[in-house]
Each structure stands twice: as C-alpha cells, then as structure tokens.
Design a protein around this ligand. Structure first.
Ligand SMILES: Nc1ncnc2c1ncn2[C@@H]1O[C@H](COP(=O)(O)OP(=O)(O)OP(=O)(O)O)[C@@H](O)[C@H]1O
Ligand SMILES: [Mg+2]
Length: 236
C-alpha cells in the first residue's frame, strides 16, 4: 500500500491556544482511516490545516508525495483532496444544483454534468430537490448536499468532518453506507467522528486524538475493543 497523505509533527495554534501539538499520521491509498476524540481535541483543526484553510504553526503535510503547506485551498482541491466541513456549510441562498456546481469549479461543465449524475445516484434525495434552495432543506439533506458538493471535485482523498452530527440513526446508517460505497469505488477516506463506534466499525485503522496529541492508534477493530477507548468514547 502506498501512502497518499503523510502528516508529520503538525502543530496548529490560535494565538496562545495550542490546539494541535505535534501529531503525525499516515493514510494509505484505498484506506478508511478515522480520527476520533472528544470535543475540542483538535480534530477539525487538523482537517482544516491539511486542507489549507488554516496555516499550521509548524509541521509537514505531504499529499501524493508533494507538500501542501502554504498551498491555497482551491489548489489543494485541484490536487485531489476535498473536505466536507463540519456543520454542513452549504450555500443557503443557492439551489442544490448551484451548490454542487460550486464543488465542481475545477472541472468542465460537461464533466460536472456527469459527476452530478453520479452524486445523484448516491443521494437520490438531492436529485428530487435539485432546484430547492439549500437553506430550506432539512439538516440531513444539507449534510448529503455538503458531501455531494465535496464529491463534485472527484477527490482521491475525501475528508469528512463529523458527517453524522445531529442526524437520526437511520440517516446515520445511510451516510455510513455511502461512505463505504465511495471507498469501495476507490476513494480514500479520512473520517472525523464523535460517533466512535460507527467510525471504528467501518475504518481499517484509527487514531485517538486527546487535547491535541495522538494518544492511541490501531486497527478499527482493536480500538473498538480497547477498554480505554470504550470507557472514554463508547460509553461502555
Ligand atoms: N478560530 C479559533 N480561535 C481560537 N480557538 C480555536 C479556534 N478554532 C478552534 N479553537 C480551539 O482549538 C481547540 C480545538 O478545536 P477543534 O475545533 O479543532 O476541536 P474538535 O476536535 O474538532 O472538536 P469538536 O468535536 O467539538 O468539533 C479547541 O479548544 C477550540 O476552542
Ligand atoms: Mg470539530
């Protein structure tokens, strides 16, 4: 397996606050890797730094063998790395189709049309609501739209920041099924979740983030059965 993303000694600070304190992790092509941790552990800061939205204080981020540090976010998308951000940041005034178009801005219209059809195959509900303005969609539908928008750039690595947040269990199952399906079709996945049991059950490997530091790593199954993980993150 070859590495697609390599993060070394990554630090993220907000003024005096050290949110991420020198973490290192690796993702290989074709994997589903999950990053779990409590509120404020630094999960979103990590994803935002990798995708160029915030500049790391120090550390290295290599994607397909090239450094991403200092590369602008849209260029990172062009290289094949997309982020579906926390909290369904869709463009509320725009329609479903317009939101998806925004996600495919690096591609031609013809290509976008085809990719949109694939997105609709994953999320039939978006097809039914193609002209609806995003702000009037339900929370779950907005989450699907946020994922669909990230997929429009046809990423090799898709990073998902808490895709199950606030969703009813049946919709959580649906979202996780789609994540597995995307992975089967060749997309590498980095999944940030507070729903640790679901995340660990679909991930090949996982990392536990505790106050900006990686405290544990292992296969999804190992972490799922680890006593410390169960007590801290699985309510067992
Ligand atoms: N823009 C910011 N300015 C100041 N502090 C910030 C900022 N963004 C995040 N932080 C702080 O950095 C730490 C890590 O936040 P982060 O959002 O990365 O955590 P998280 O693991 O994603 O948490 P959650 O599970 O609640 O989403 C927190 O203490 C948070 O308050
Ligand atoms: Mg977060």
């Amino acid at each position: 397996m070859s590495s697609i993303l390599s993060v070394r000694d990554l630090c993220v600070s907000y003024g005096a606050i050290k949110a991420v304190r020198g973490i290192s992790f690796e993702i290989n092509e074709g994997e589903i890797v999950t990053l779990i941790g409590a509120n404020g552990a630094g999960k979103s800061s990590t994803l935002n730094a990798v995708s160029g939205l915030i500049r790391p204080a120090s550390g290295e981020v290599d994607f397909k063998g090239q450094s991403l540090v200092g590369v602008r976010p849209h260029k990172i998308v062009e290289r094949g790395l997309a982020l579906c951000p926390e909290g369904r940041r869709v463009f509320t005034q725009m329609s479903v189709a317009e939101n998806l178009d925004m996600g495919g801005y690096t591609r031609s219209d013809a290509e976008n049309e085809e990719t949109m059809r694939l997105v609709f195959d994953h999320f039939p509900r978006l097809r039914e609501r193609v002209s609806q303005s995003a702000g009037t969609m339900s929370g779950g539908e907005q989450q699907m739209l946020a994922m669909g928008r990230a997929l429009m750039s046809k990423p090799d690595l898709l990073m998902l920041d808490e895709p199950s947040m606030g969703l009813a269990p049946i919709l959580v199952d649906e979202i996780f099924t789609i994540i597995k399906e995307l992975n089967r079709q060749g997309t590498t996945i980095l999944l940030v979740e507070q729903n640790a049991s679901m995340a660990l059950s679909i991930a090949g490997r996982g990392y536990v983030l505790e106050t900006g530091t990686i405290s544990m790593t292992g296969t999804g199954a190992d972490l799922l059965h680890n006593d410390d993980v169960r007590k801290a993150y699985l309510g067992a």
